[in-house]
Design a protein around this ligand. Structure first.
Ligand SMILES: Nc1ncnc2c1ncn2[C@@H]1O[C@H](COP(=O)(O)OP(=O)(O)OP(=O)(O)O)[C@@H](O)[C@H]1O
Length: 260
């Protein structure tokens, strides 16, 4: 039933060998440096004195209670908002791309034209088609967004980001509305694309298992700062059944509920 969502399924057995292979190049990721970040909305102090270094090509996940400031931090790094105090270094606007829970496709444009949006040059459509094939949607470029499933829309959103060859990909709960199996498929796809392209990735998620599955580091935001910075060294691609996975997930969850 779930597989009918994909015209061109990307089964784990196809993705696994590539995902498991070491990176062939260091990629082109962007370093992110935050110093003394504070962000207030009126009297509400959401972030206070937050420092963070992300290395080029690193995959970092942000977790924490609802309202702790994850999306606020992502927006500051994206340049969509300015901090009340402190400095953000995260490259140039054109080097960053954002992906949200809602794919935000333009319904009056065909899939390929959504992906090619903002691209210049005669090869724009070819590049968009290539990006679509990288997300397992070769052959769907001529379709209307309304004919796609939720998972397929997020694949298009991923292609739309990738086509600009970002050095920093900012993911704000991009899989939050998807069913469990589609989420797992998307984990494999995001990991595969991250390995292939080498961009730096910052993922906001409510799902600690998702954070442990994908990230090199899981950061817990609490009381305005980083309350936990947990390195994830489990081999990729990661299975939830792998030794150490459940322990790390449990450790992060215990910190979230304040019982480390
Ligand atoms: N533009 C804004 N104006 C006023 N308050 C805001 C604004 N944006 C965020 N906030 C407040 O800042 C706090 C942090 O919001 P943020 O969206 O960053 O949290 P979050 O950790 O991403 O939450 P969730 O997990 O529920 O998405 C919340 O209390 C929110 O109400």
């Amino acid at each position: 039933m779930f597989l009918t969502e994909f015209d061109t399924p990307v089964p784990p057995r196809e993705l696994a060998p590539e995902a498991a292979a070491p990176r062939t190049s260091p990629g082109d990721g962007l370093a992110v440096t935050l110093r003394g970040i504070a962000k207030s909305f009126g009297a509400r102090h959401v972030l206070q004195g937050l420092d963070l270094d992300i290395a080029p090509g690193e995959f970092v996940a942000l977790v924490g209670r609802s309202g702790c400031g994850k999306s606020t931090l992502l927006r500051l790094i994206a340049g969509l908002d300015q901090p009340s105090a402190g400095t953000v270094e995260a490259g140039q606007v054109h080097e960053r791309r954002l992906m949200f829970q809602d794919a935000r496709l333009l319904p009056w444009k065909r899939v390929v034209d959504n992906v090619a949006l903002g691209l210049a040059g005669r090869d724009a459509k070819d590049r968009a088609m290539e990006a679509l094939s990288q997300v397992g949607l070769a052959g769907r470029g001529g379709d209307w967004p309304s004919t796609l499933s939720g998972g397929q829309r997020q694949r298009v959103a991923l292609a739309r980001a990738l086509v600009h060859r970002p050095r920093l990909l900012l993911l704000d709960e991009p899989l939050g509305a998807l069913d469990a199996l589609t989420r797992l498929e998307m984990h494999r796809l995001i990991e595969q694309l991250w390995r292939r392209h080498g961009f730096t990735a910052l993922l906001v998620t409510h799902d600690v298992a998702e954070a442990v599955a994908l990230a090199d580091r899981v950061l817990l935001i609490d009381r305005g700062g980083i309350a936990l910075d947990a390195a994830v060294t489990l081999p990729r691609p990661r299975s939830r059944a792998a030794p150490g996975f459940a322990e790390l997930e449990d450790r992060v969850l215990r910190h979230i509920v304040g019982q480390p």
